[in-house]
Design a binder for this molecule. Structure first.
Ligand code: DGL
Length: 268
């Protein structure tokens, strides 16, 4: 049940922390007139080391919050949550719910020229085989290598350059990519934040889900006739974090290149 004018209701985007901001940034390009609520659960990050039940419980609480704010669409801007809880979230709520994994898979399949795809992701995402299963369901002839990168998300969440070990860690994970691999999927929405460093060690196609996910959001809102038509005003954007507000503000300002950011604390 939605209140107010449905088309003016916000799009809810969430992640375990700041990673979903990489999707949000693209959303702002493709759908600049929408209103948004972004939730980053930095206090409980990383989700990638948690159990399925844990991730489901935390993410359902966030979606309950977004639905209580009358969001007209939910974007799961986190591969780990998509792998653990997409079906539960989709079943529980009566609004469109979209996620990032399928969009990366489709893009990677259209990029690879030699049918070799590697996936860098959190340990949880890799353990579910979600990328391999989705890729093989479309093309059984793809060689897939999935690489769990335990420390990347926490290092990005803490401040990528603040640890001396960030480059050695990245090099070690990327060294597992087979030599003939022409396409990698950034299977964690935190990783596009460090794409310039990733490019130094991998020269093939680098796929992140943000653009395709934003296009999917546009297409669903358009078909459902709930695109925000009030395009003479700028977006109303609310940010919520469960973690440290100042740290979250610093990251948000850096990623979105703006200083007009208002963040509220959320307790789950
Ligand atoms: N951005 C999340 C993802 O896409 C990171 C998960 C985590 O907190 O470990 O998987």
């Amino acid at each position: 049940m939605l209140f107010c004018n449905e088309s003016e209701n916000s799009i809810g985007i969430f992640d375990s922390g700041i990673g979903g901001m990489t999707v949000f940034k693209e959303m702002l390009k493709i759908l600049p007139y929408e209103n948004y609520i972004y939730v980053g659960d930095s206090k409980n990050s990383p989700y990638g080391d948690r159990t399925t039940d844990d991730i489901k419980n935390l993410s359902l609480k966030i979606v309950d919050f977004l639905v209580s704010k009358n969001c007209k669409m939910i974007i799961i801007a986190c591969n780990t949550i998509a792998a653990a809880a997409f079906e539960d979230i989709k079943l529980k709520y009566d609004i469109p719910v979209i996620e990032v994994v399928s969009n990366s898979v489709n893009t990677a399949l259209s990029c690879t020229k030699n049918n070799t795809i590697s996936v860098v992701a959190t340990p949880f995402t890799v353990s579910t085989n979600i990328f391999a299963n989705k890729i093989r369901a479309i093309n059984a002839n793809i060689d897939i290598k999935q690489i769990p990168c335990k420390n990347l998300c926490p290092m990005i969440e803490e401040g990528w350059r603040s640890s001396e070990k960030h480059i050695p860690a990245l090099k070690e994970y990327l060294s597992e990519i087979p030599n003939n691999c022409d396409t990698i999927i950034l299977g964690c929405t935190h990783y596009p934040i460090i794409i310039e460093d990733i490019k130094k060690y991998f020269s093939g196609f680098i796929v992140d889900s943000a653009v395709e996910t934003s296009k999917e959001a546009f297409s669903i809102l358009n078909k459902s006739n709930i695109l925000n038509s009030k395009n003479n005003t700028s977006s109303n954007i609310e940010f919520y974090t469960t973690g440290d507000i100042n740290k979250f503000r610093q990251f948000t300002e850096n990623i979105l290149s703006t200083e007009r950011i208002f963040i509220k604390k959320l307790s789950l």
